[in-house]
Write a protein that binds this ligand. Structure first.
Ligand SMILES: [Zn+2]
Length: 342
């Protein structure tokens, strides 16, 4: 075979390889075709091995031609191999989908019990014509104490163990501070509730935290009577807690006169007596009373014309009673095992 014939043969071999690869596209045949053309005893490798037998000038031309053919065959083989691999893998993942299986359940989220009961409370009060108002969580001593008839030297300040900030302001100890702010800016008649966080210097246990939620309520109008307070608060505990029996006891709070505590019959023992109610059969839920004339004076409202009542619900406590939770800390721990039960 002369040199020209040899180069033509190499070209033919390359073309044959291309044709064969295209014909037999599956993994096993692909390897066979590869071996035929680039295996140990293949035509092209035999030429490579005996290249030194050619004249130097011819050697170069033949060498280039052989290498070119080998590179092209190698390339076609690799591409086809990749293509087969890709097709197989996509077939696999497709066959793994079992359309008869039920779908993956999406976790349904819900409101935190405190938020849920708060929303329920707001809805209940707005249905009676109350409006929601808000005030700052960091208060001045004036709004938190003085304007609520608790002057600086009054021993009642000790009842609210307080955090003081370096600048003299106070994380509010109750939402009652919003009462005064509201009366300063709105003219009576007033029906407002003020939900929000409060802070007290408490050691933490099952029923006390240094932070808690309160809903303050204020009703001001001409001719407001104690019976109005009774009617609205009894309806509230019936609606929110399903309370059957209620009672009012006299109590002292500097910003109301007279001051009262609303008790409900213990929801845990039905009034028979248990640990929760300390064997009294009653649980205190809402401190309340008729707005003190001095508080009206601080807010610039004439106490001879207007009367009113106010109440403050320790809100977390209502949630504990409603859902029979015996440790307040559980509501704030963020433990999903607890929260998923609501
Ligand atoms: Zn009880």
């Amino acid at each position: 075979m002369d040199n020209n014939e040899l180069i033509k043969k190499i070209e033919t071999v390359l073309n044959n390889a291309k044709a064969e690869f295209n014909e037999k596209i599956n993994e096993k045949n692909l390897d066979e075709v590869y071996k035929n053309y680039l295996g140990k005893n293949s035509f092209l490798n035999n030429i490579s091995r005996s290249i030194s037998e050619y004249e130097p000038e011819i050697r170069k031309i033949i060498g280039m031609s052989v290498n070119n053919a080998k590179i092209k065959i190698e390339e076609i083989y690799k591409n086809l191999k990749e293509q087969i691999k890709y097709e197989n893998s996509s077939n696999d993942s497709y066959s793994k989908i079992d359309l008869s299986l039920p779908g993956v359940k999406i976790t349904q989220f819900h409101k935190h019990p405190i938020t849920a009961v708060l929303d329920e409370t707001v809805e209940f009060f707005t249905s009676m014509g109350f409006e929601v108002v808000e005030g700052p969580e960091i208060e001045t001593a004036y709004y938190n104490f003085d304007a609520l008839n608790i002057p600086d030297n009054h021993p009642a300040r000790d009842v609210w163990d307080t955090f003081y900030l370096k600048n003299g302001l106070i994380p509010r100890t109750h939402t009652s501070s919003v009462q005064v702010r509201t009366m300063e800016t709105k003219k009576p008649p007033l029906r407002v509730i003020a939900p929000g966080r409060c802070y007290r210097y408490e050691s933490v246990d099952a029923t006390h935290l240094f932070m808690f939620n309160q809903v303050e309520g204020l009703f001001v109008d001409k001719n407001v009577k104690l019976s109005d307070l009774k009617g609205i608060l009894e309806a509230t505990v019936k609606h929110l807690l399903g309370a059957k029996k209620t009672r009012f006891r006299p109590a002292f709070y500097p910003f109301v006169e007279p001051g009262l505590d609303l008790d409900i019959e213990c929801v845990f023992c039905g009034g028979k007596g248990c640990n929760v109610c300390k064997f009294t059969g009653w649980i205190e839920v809402i401190p309340c009373g008729m707005v003190h004339p001095k508080v009206f004076e601080y807010a610039g409202i004439n106490p001879d014309i207007y009367k009113g009542f106010a109440f403050g619900m320790g809100f977390d406590r209502l949630v504990m009673l409603k859902y029979n939770v015996n440790d307040l800390r559980l509501l704030y721990s963020g433990n999903m095992d607890v929260l998923n039960q609501f």
